[in-house]
Design a protein around this ligand. Sequence first.
Ligand SMILES: Cc1ncc(COP(=O)(O)O)c(C=O)c1O
Length: 384
Amino acid sequence: MKQFPKKLQDKLNQRATINALRKLDTQSNLVDFTSNDYLGFSKSKHIFNQAHQSLINTNAINNGATGSRLLSGNHPLYGTTERLLSEFHDSESALLFNSGYDANLGLLAAIPQKGDYIFYDAYSHASIRDGILLSHAKAYKFEHNNLDDLQQKIKRLNLTNSNLDTAIYIVTESVFSMDGDSPNLIKLSHFCAKNNYHLLVDEAHAIGVFGNGKGLVQELNIQDQLFARLITFGKALGAHGAAVLGSKLLKQYLINFSRPLIYTTALPPHSLSTINSAYKELKQTSALKTLQNNIEFFKLELKKHQLNSYFIESNSAIHSCLIPGNNAVKAIAQKLKSKGIDVKAILAPTVPRGQERLRFCLHSYNSEAEITKVLTWLATFVEK
Ligand SMILES: Cc1ncc(COP(=O)(O)O)c(C=O)c1O
């Protein structure tokens, strides 16, 4: 057998040295403070049955999509789903992608052109950064949620009227996946509108949580000021896939130039049917309210257990407890596991060294007793 290349073995060894070797655990039956299934939709029998029945009723008996959307894969359900999405999300158009990762890659690699500039929040998701790496535009990161820093960095470019052809794209998330916090989107969108910059907002963790499920952008009613929004269905919608929301021209452009859309087999009809059923549920579920109650309750319990100073301030379903050091944070996650609770340790290099954390994801189906239990144990495990 061929030897595994030494450089790769060295990288694995280095990960092991810092106690950050990743491995695939199977799903557990522990109390869930880890998954992105904020509303419990992934386990909803109702959504499952409705999606299935609708496929049977419309004789959509397809196991796979059979090709790219540009060839044989564009099942009629694509049109139905994209209409539903643009209506629900108050957008001129919607374009489905196979996942949020693909959508960010497809958007950022295709849109900013050579000579353009991208400014992205330093805490942007890997899919945003990977898309930017594929782009031919110059990219700069700005300090996390820091509009002043963004303004300074743009100023340094010294753009004059002769650069009128140059487009500037600003990229951020409405809820950051590791910190659970949000930028001041009102200020940011006004700043972009005033200067004719193109604002792109990833709403992966805001859909199903804010704005009656519509996301933070719609809660703030700034959807008309954005160049593009990214929504995903693998989190609160409990399904799979993603969409880019924006103008009809943007959609047309992506259909022509976005490689992660063009050169891949499309999502199968049953994925689309599940997205449709999940949206039907989202329009009428009480889980939105229960999730909000749980977020409030969690925050009250943090205070009660004097844990506030460990946590990053957040109003979302994601609450991160900073416990520096891979060994330290892993040890506490392990102790919680032994109490029947699943909270994941997020290690360096996924987050910067010194910012290792326990990332709590809250759900509509967590009981108040579970929240009290996990924070009571946490308070005894962290050093005060
Ligand atoms: C902010 C953000 N954007 C995009 C993605 C990717 O979405 P998906 O899981 O659908 O590929 C994620 C998922 O972790 C995310 O947190």
